[in-house]
Design a protein around this ligand. Structure first.
Ligand SMILES: C[S@@+](CC[C@H](N)C(=O)[O-])C[C@H]1O[C@@H](n2cnc3c(N)ncnc32)[C@H](O)[C@@H]1O
Length: 249
């Protein structure tokens, strides 16, 4: 299998963002000799980077076949030095039996796509060593300006929250061969900032770091200012979440 140019370009863009991911979480942890699970690994860019940072073992799991096929082939062709360290699986985490618990779990830009997030966090907890850490960063949140990832095809920012789900589904179904019944079928979980806060609180993890709108980006600083002046608008100006969780012993 040869790698498509557009997939390689996408992979390289994602690799470029890894530094930002760790910076927003306060810096990359020391991965030397550690075992790491990446949930929603996509094309595998973070996995390869973590192997380069001397992790002992890195496992990437994702539901999308094409992404995992790319990740495996890219590893074979372009990163043969990490074969035996990095593994990729197209699998639902609940069906993945690692046979061991990991030091760290990471999930980059995936939580907003995971439909059963409480169930996923439970599965993550089971696969972490006591005291192990879960690093998470993701966005945009659903109520943000393009929090639908433009999948509802609303052309104006916040259009997907201004119109009812029923109206959006009716419009989308006019052009679809297989009609959808709900927005989550578009691959976004529709969770609000308040939902995430509740799910994290109830997850049974100890949350050691939590930041909304992590970035020095001027737009996000403006969002924070708007949320501070008009607290009732906070939901709509929450763009991303970066958080670290510890599995209690
Ligand atoms: C925006 S991509 C991010 C990929 C990668 N982490 C990166 O930063 O390049 C989101 C990924 O989450 C995956 N995903 C969504 N729900 C998932 C689930 N329940 N389990 C595993 N992966 C999931 C998707 O297939 C997709 O590859």
């Amino acid at each position: 299998m040869s790698l498509k140019k557009e997939d390689l370009e996408y992979f390289n863009r994602r690799i470029f963002e890894n530094k930002k991911f760790w910076n927003r979480l306060g810096g990359e942890p020391d991965l030397k000799g550690k075992t790491v699970l990446d949930v929603g690994c996509g094309h595998g860019g973070l996995c390869v980077d973590m192997a380069a940072a001397d992790a002992k073992k890195v496992v990437g799991v994702d539901l999308e076949r094409e992404r995992i096929l790319f990740a495996k082939e890219n590893l074979r062709l372009n990163y043969p030095q990490y074969t035996g360290i990095v593994e990729f699986y197209e699998i639902d985490l609940k069906d993945y039996d690692a046979g061991e618990q990991f030091d760290y779990i990471v999930s980059k830009d995936s939580f907003e796509h995971i439909i059963d997030l409480p169930g996923m966090m439970e599965e993550m907890k089971r696969r972490l060593k006591p005291g192990g850490l879960l690093y998470v960063g993701f966005g945009p949140l659903y109520n943000d300006y393009y929090g639908d990832h433009k999948r509802t095809e609303c052309i104006i920012p916040w259009g997907h929250v201004l119109f009812s789900d029923e109206k959006i589904i009716k419009r989308l179904n006019k052009n679809k061969q297989t009609p959808i019944q709900s927005i989550i079928e578009l691959g976004v979980n529709q969770l609000s900032l308040a939902d995430y806060r509740r799910i994290f609180k109830e997850s049974g993890f100890e949350m050691t770091f939590f930041k909304v709108n992590a970035s020095n980006n001027l737009i996000l600083r403006t969002f924070d200012l708007i949320s501070w002046i008009f607290p009732f608008l906070k939901e709509y100006f929450a763009h991303n979440i970066y958080a670290i969780f510890k599995k209690m012993s």
